[in-house]
Structures are given as structure tokens and as C-alpha cells.
Ligand binder design. Structure first.
Ligand code: ZN
Length: 266
């Protein structure tokens, strides 16, 4: 049995029997891996606190414990989760990123870029409480490295490049923006000017308030005019519609997190 050495981020942990723990790791070289840590529950010394969720660790494991699991032999810390426990919002934000990676990747699929984005996102949450824009930024970067990014740049039907102020029709079904000629014949929602550009701007790390963004209006499909946090609501609406339609996932952690974002911005 070969001993594998790798870096990993701990996605999930639970007790197994009296003395063991079952861990889900997102490893740099092998993607998502299910693992068992023998004796981790019994002896605090065995793995100390290395196998806690959100920790970035170096890990040594043997292949084939059974049932597709590997057996963790050694683990030590690269970066602890310290800081994430400071508030419920931080814990939920980290939980959302981890759930995102867990749900959108398959076992044993290597994703170097995603690993790096997740590590950077968790690093950010350790250091500070994230705003909605920060969360959206990492969500978009993760979608991009996974190849699931909506097209916010050219009409998804005819391919025509579009100016910023033309981007008001979004089709979650088609996975991107529509031009004014294609929109009437395809399913779409109408967004306030600046929302789509705001999302692009957040992805690029320039902040959400793109020129021309009107804070007092959101997606027209929803009816009521949004106040103050118009961008957040409109962007959430676009992203949730897209994720649910194309990836068929709803995140438990995101539901809680959304409640916390709403409370904070009122
Ligand atoms: Zn078009």
C-alpha cells in the first residue's frame, strides 16, 4: 500500500463508531476524497485539531480502507480555521463555500484552480466578515473555474457583443444575457440597468457599483421596487435562478446566509 502525501481542505467531519471519524477532504491532487481517521475520536492527541472543517492541512493517507475510503495516517496544519468561528455569518459564509465545492465536484476529480479559489476564499473569511459582494465574487470565480459561468458578455442566442447599458435581459434557461432583438422570442427576465455589469464588475474584483447602476430598482419580473440593497437582491435573484435551473442545486448554508445578509444590510 502506497502512502500518499497531499494538501487538502477539510469539507466535512463526523464521528464514526466510538473511536473513529469520517472526513471529506478536498485534496489538491485527487479532488474530493472520503477518508477515515482511525482513533481520532478516542485520542485527542492522535490528530489534535487538524481534521476540523475549513482547515487547510497536509495529509498522508493510505488508499483503500474499504467502501471507497482512504485511511488518514498523519495530518498537520497549513492554515487553521481560526477566525471563522468569530461570528455566525463567517461560519455560514465558509460553510457555503465548502458546500459549493462539495456539491459541484465529483469524487476523485482533480481541480487545482478550484482548490486555490477555495483556499483563498477561506483565507478571506478568517480575516474579515464578508459582504454580499465578497461572497458573490468567490461564487463567480468558482463557477468560472468549474466551467459553469453564465455568459454576461454577449447575447447567448445570436452571439452579438453587447454594450453595458444593453444588458438588461437575462435568460437563466439559456444561461446568459440576450440582446433586444433575441429577447422577445426567448424566456428571460428584465433587470435594472447596471445589475449585470455590476455582477461582472464584482467578479473582476472592482466592487459592485458599476456606472449607471440604479440602486432603487431591481429585476422588473419581481414587481416591487427594491430599496437600498437593490443590487444584492437583483444579483441574488439572477444567480439563484441560474444555479437552480442549470446545476439543480440549492445550498442549505446559503439559505441561512441569505437571511444574515438581509439583516445586515437593512
Ligand atoms: Zn441576440
Amino acid at each position: 500500500m502506497a502512502l500518499h502525501k497531499d494538501e487538502a481542505i477539510v469539507l466535512f467531519k463526523r464521528s464514526y463508531g466510538e473511536s473513529d471519524k469520517i472526513i471529506r477532504l478536498f485534496t489538491l491532487s485527487s479532488g474530493k476524497v472520503a477518508a477515515i481517521a482511525k482513533g481520532a475520536n478516542k485520542s485527542q492527541k492522535r490528530f489534535a485539531n487538524t481534521l476540523e472543517p475549513f482547515n487547510h492541512i497536509r495529509v498522508e493517507y493510505f488508499e483503500k480502507y474499504g467502501r471507497g475510503m482512504v485511511r488518514i495516517e498523519n495530518a498537520d496544519i497549513v492554515e487553521t480555521n481560526s477566525g471563522i468561528e468569530k461570528s455566525l455569518k463567517r461560519a455560514c459564509t465558509a460553510g457555503f463555500f465548502v458546500e459549493f465545492v462539495d456539491r459541484l465536484t465529483k469524487e476523485r476529480e482533480r481541480h487545482d484552480d478550484l482548490f486555490n479559489v477555495l483556499a483563498e476564499a477561506l483565507q478571506g473569511v478568517r480575516a474579515a466578515e464578508f459582504s454580499y459582494d465578497d461572497i458573490l465574487h468567490y461564487q463567480l470565480r468558482m463557477l468560472e473555474v468549474l466551467g459553469f459561468m453564465p455568459n454576461f458578455h454577449a447575447c447567448v442566442y445570436c452571439g452579438q457583443a453587447m454594450a453595458a447599458d444593453e444588458k438588461i435581459f437575462f435568460s437563466k434557461e439559456r444561461g446568459g444575457v440576450l440582446c433586444h432583438r433575441c429577447a422577445p422570442s426567448l424566456p428571460h427576465q428584465v433587470c435594472a440597468k447596471g445589475v449585470i455589469e455590476g455582477i461582472v464588475s464584482v467578479q473582476q474584483g472592482n466592487g459592485s457599483t458599476a456606472p449607471g447602476f440604479q440602486a432603487a430598482s431591481g429585476c422588473a419580473e419581481k414587481g416591487p421596487v427594491y430599496l437600498n440593497n437593490g443590487f444584492e437582491k437583483a444579483a441574488q435573484d439572477i444567480m439563484e435562478g441560474f444555479m437552480t435551473f442549470h446545476l439543480d442545486v440549492e445550498f442549505k448554508s446559503y439559505r441561512i446566509l441569505k437571511g444574515l445578509i438581509a439583516t445586515n444590510s437593512e
